[in-house]
Ligand binder design. Structure first.
Ligand SMILES: *[C@@H]1O[C@H](CO)[C@@H](O)[C@H](O)[C@H]1NC(C)=O
Ligand SMILES: *[C@@H]1O[C@H](CO)[C@@H](O)[C@H](O)[C@H]1NC(C)=O
Ligand SMILES: *[C@@H]1O[C@H](CO)[C@@H](O)[C@H](O)[C@H]1NC(C)=O
Ligand SMILES: *[C@@H]1O[C@H](CO)[C@@H](O)[C@H](O)[C@H]1NC(C)=O
Ligand SMILES: CC(=O)N[C@H]1CO[C@H](CO)[C@@H](O)[C@@H]1O
Length: 459
């Protein structure tokens, strides 16, 4: 009949599966009651319509002659054979049901296995450093996996953390750039890292942030001169060229950086500390340019602004001016085509190397002020900007100030997009000024600026 062979095959499959996957037992347990119900129903149907019905009829409707014992025996004999036939039919049906049951189980198992395989495939496809072509060169992947962990925690830590292992983070977009990541993680362990700042910066800008840590030393500048002890002097001093590793940059000296003013590019005139940079925030023109003292005076309590963040703060001049007013500002910057972080640090100010994609590395309700000049604008996709504004709101303390300078966009976007967005996030407007962007060819491109002093409400 073939059932036997089929059954055996499915049984084998089941057993094999049982070895790996305990939950197929559950499957069986789930299916058994169903099978029982089906069998019971079948038997009932069978009795009413099957060979038994004729016996039922013969004992009730026909009146057997009572004079012949033999006829009864014959009747019994035939009934017996009918019963035997019915029995074999029943067992056959039972067999088929068993087969169907096994078939359904096997199909379910197949389906589950296939889903699991698919998930595993997806996961291994995403797994960092996994070498898909498997042709050697796995050392960098091993290093990446070592650096990322997970690391087992010592006994006693897990109840507090809720896990007995800990991972080192890496930006989720890194998963899309595995070749670059492998390249980034290829180095002599304990030796000198490749000079790959530009490459690393591009990875960060593509969303691979944070980058993984590395077990190599950055190239050290030759003939490093230690920083100036006099803080007032160092705030406005151009650092010695010796203190910078110039390899990654187009300019190979500070002189070059200062003179590239007329070139295109991010923060192009901000290395010239004696130029435009020196005059910023000194005067309040009542328009797009607010004065620093006027802004600090906005808080009725006077000395309430002590700590803050300058987003995309170039060479750190905002932090320098604030430091002169005893306010501590951390300057976020990337090192795009210039040694911004080193420049800021050499002024005695604190640079942090994070892009605006990164969640701000401050706790909720902590900062007195967040500032940004000519950096945030309509180049940031709307949703990303709204998320960023919520994050600024998050880190500001109640009553904290968001000083947004020279947000650039088109005229129609001011009221069409950005005013509603700032309202949505929940800032109070202390000051607001919008006007035509007169610099950098803004007039020709019909670009506008707005500057705003926004306050996180006190509840
Ligand atoms: C009943 O069946 C048996 C064998 O199955 C046979 O030996 C016997 O003669 C039969 N009796 C009658 C009355 O047919
Ligand atoms: C049906 O399967 C059960 C186990 O699932 C087994 O014990 C039983 O003998 C089988 N019955 C038939 C008729 O194959
Ligand atoms: C900054 O603090 C120093 C030391 O406390 C003080 O002498 C100086 O007057 C303060 N400067 C300002 C602008 O408040
Ligand atoms: C935006 O709306 C305000 C008031 O509704 C108006 O005074 C202002 O001129 C508008 N600004 C722009 C750039 O359209
Ligand atoms: C109802 C009837 O007639 N029953 C009889 C059937 O035959 C047996 C013996 O063959 C009798 O004992 C019954 O009385």
């Amino acid at each position: 009949m073939g059932f036997e062979a089929q059954d055996q095959e499915y049984s084998k499959k089941l057993q094999g599966y049982d070895h790996q996957h305990r939950h197929s037992h559950n499957l069986k347990h789930k299916l058994n009651p169903i099978l029982l119900v089906i069998v019971t129903n079948l038997v009932t149907v069978f009795i009413v319509t099957g060979p038994f019905s004729s016996l039922y009829q013969s004992t009730t409707t026909k009146n057997p002659p009572n004079d012949s014992f033999n006829s009864i025996l014959q009747e019994l004999n035939s009934t017996k054979s009918q019963l035997a036939a019915s029995h074999s039919l029943l067992s056959d049906l039972h067999h088929r049901l068993n087969s169907t049951n096994l078939l359904v189980q096997a199909l379910l198992i197949d389906l589950t296995t296939r889903q699991q395989q698919q998930q595993e495939k997806q996961y291994s496809g995403l797994k960092l450093g996994s070498n898909n072509n498997n042709d050697g060169e796995s050392s960098s992947n091993e290093e990446l996996n070592l650096v990322l962990g997970p690391y087992k925690l010592p006994f006693g830590y897990s109840p507090r953390i809720g896990s007995d292992e800990i991972h080192s983070p890496v930006g989720v977009a890194c998963l899309r750039f595995q070749d670059e990541l492998n390249q980034y993680m290829s180095y002599d362990i304990g030796g000198e890292c490749l000079v790959d700042e530009v490459f690393a910066e591009m990875l960060v800008l593509k969303g691979c942030e944070p980058l993984p840590k590395r077990r190599c030393h950055p190239k050290s500048p030759k003939g490093y001169v230690e920083p100036n002890q006099d803080l007032q002097d160092s705030l406005w001093e151009i650092p010695p060229d010796n203190n910078i590793v110039w390899d990654p940059y187009t300019c190979k000296s500070h002189k070059c950086l200062i003179e590239r003013k007329n070139n295109k590019g991010y923060c192009k005139d901000c290395f010239d500390l004696q130029g435009k940079e020196k005059g910023r925030w000194i005067f309040d023109d009542g328009g797009l340019n607010f004065g620093m003292d006027q802004v600090l005076g906005t808080k009725k309590s006077g000395g309430a602004i002590r700590i803050g963040l300058d987003i995309g703060g170039g060479t750190g001049t905002f932090a320098a001016r604030m430091k002169e007013r005893n306010v501590t500002i951390i300057t976020s910057t990337l090192d795009l085509d210039g040694p911004f972080s080193n420049f800021i640090a050499s002024r005695g100010l604190i640079p942090i190397h994070v892009s605006i994609s990164q969640k701000l590395p401050f706790f909720d309700n902590t900062l007195d002020i967040v500032h940004s000049l000519e950096f945030i604008g309509n180049w940031i996709p709307e949703t990303m900007l709204e998320v960023l504004l919520y994050d600024v709101y998050r880190v500001l303390r109640p009553g904290g100030i968001f000083w947004l300078e020279h947000f650039f966009c088109f005229e129609s976007q001011v009221n069409g997009t950005y005013v509603p967005m700032f309202d949505r996030v929940g800032f109070n407007k202390l000051r607001w000024h919008a006007g035509t962007k007169l610099d950098h060819g803004g007039v020709q491109k019909n670009e506008w600026y707005f500057s705003a002093l926004l306050e996180k409400p006190v509840t």
